[in-house]
Ligand binder design. Structure first.
Ligand SMILES: Nc1ncnc2c1ncn2[C@@H]1O[C@H](COP(=O)(O)OP(=O)(O)OP(=O)(O)O)[C@@H](O)[C@H]1O
Length: 295
């Protein structure tokens, strides 16, 4: 059974389309990066998968079921984000003690150790935590559920760099010990690249790439050559970024095709890109980036 199946999912908020066409499947236990620019639709998609909101149209199945208000999906999936709420009548320790009544794979030992490591006082109320501490608690809670589908929406927001680094390591170690499907949205792709096996790249409400990290890295390349040669070889190719270096030479980021391989064999100098760079260029709406503004 597939963990997630989305077919032509759309979500309309009054008169704007937050999701235009989301079609993808997730079946293996992997850590997948949900990547996209601001407003691409990542949070909307995660809320639909969690069953918090309904799509306007299309088909969504999580563990083979419609996730909207579904108890089985809720018990086996979790969304960690900055909108998590916990009852203020309980302190953190009491919240953690109650968790296994709902989450059958709850790892009480992990929750206790992480709380202790990050020096969060278990007697505090959730509403009294600082921004960074509440983000840390959210992630401790999310990891400790060991839910078969664990979704993290910008989970490191508000955490300082040292805590983020620790959490990346904790996430990886816990995933290796307890493999499951983890979908993580982040603006810091370069920072999480080492954790990911696959990337789901969303742009303007559509899935534009769903590939392994290596395939994403190979998807586009940077080329530097004389302007005349580059223009000749890249005519008809998909160019994501273009910059004139001097009067004779140019740099472009272009989709990696057999023509581009031939151009390299003819003398173009090639630069491989990180997955983070590829995602940035492929989702850019301007050819020269911020330089377009200052022309
Ligand atoms: N409740 C809502 N009502 C109206 N429009 C909304 C609502 N929630 C989201 N949107 C719009 O839907 C689009 C997608 O938003 P969403 O929050 O899903 O994007 P995102 O990729 O998570 O963005 P970011 O990276 O900035 O968090 C945006 O244009 C946003 O303004």
């Amino acid at each position: 059974m597939k963990t997630i199946e989305c077919r032509e999912v759309k979500k309309k908020y009054s008169n704007m389309n937050a999701l235009e066409d989301i079609t993808f499947e997730l079946s293996d236990q992997k850590i997948t990066g949900l990547i996209g620019r601001n407003g691409a639709g990542k949070t909307t998609l995660l809320k639909i998968l969690t069953g918090f909101i309904m799509p306007s149209s299309g088909e969504v199945c999580v563990f083979g079921r419609n996730p909207y208000n579904d108890l089985l999906v809720s018990a086996n999936s979790i969304l960690v984000d900055d909108q998590m709420t916990f009852p203020d009548s309980l302190n953190l320790e009491e919240i953690l003690n109650l968790a296994p009544t709902f989450y059958k794979k709850w790892d009480a030992e992990l929750a206790k150790r992480l709380l202790n490591y990050f020096k969060i006082n278990p007697k505090l109320k959730y509403s009294n935590l600082s921004k960074g501490a509440s983000a840390t608690f959210n992630l401790i809670f999310g990891l400790s559920t060991h839910c078969e589908l664990t979704m993290l929406d910008e989970p490191m927001n508000g955490m300082d760099e040292a805590v983020r680094t620790d959490f990346y390591r904790a996430l990886l170690k816990d995933y290796i010990a307890h493999p499951r499907s983890i979908l993580i949205s982040s603006h810091h792709l370069a920072e999480i690249e080492h954790l990911l096996e696959d990337i789901l790249l969303v742009h303007q409400g559509k899935v534009i790439l769903h590939q392994s990290l290596d395939e994403i890295r190979d998807y586009a390349v940077g080329l530097q050559w004389t302007t005349a040669d580059l223009d000749k070889w890249t005519a008809g190719e998909e160019i994501y970024y273009s910059k004139q270096i001097d009067s004779e030479r140019k740099y472009v980021v272009v989709k990696n095709t057999s023509t581009i391989e031939k151009a390299c064999a003819e003398g173009a100098s090639i630069q491989s890109l990180s997955a983070s760079d590829v995602c940035m260029y492929v989702t850019s709406d301007t050819k020269e980036g911020i330089d377009d503004v200052f022309k």
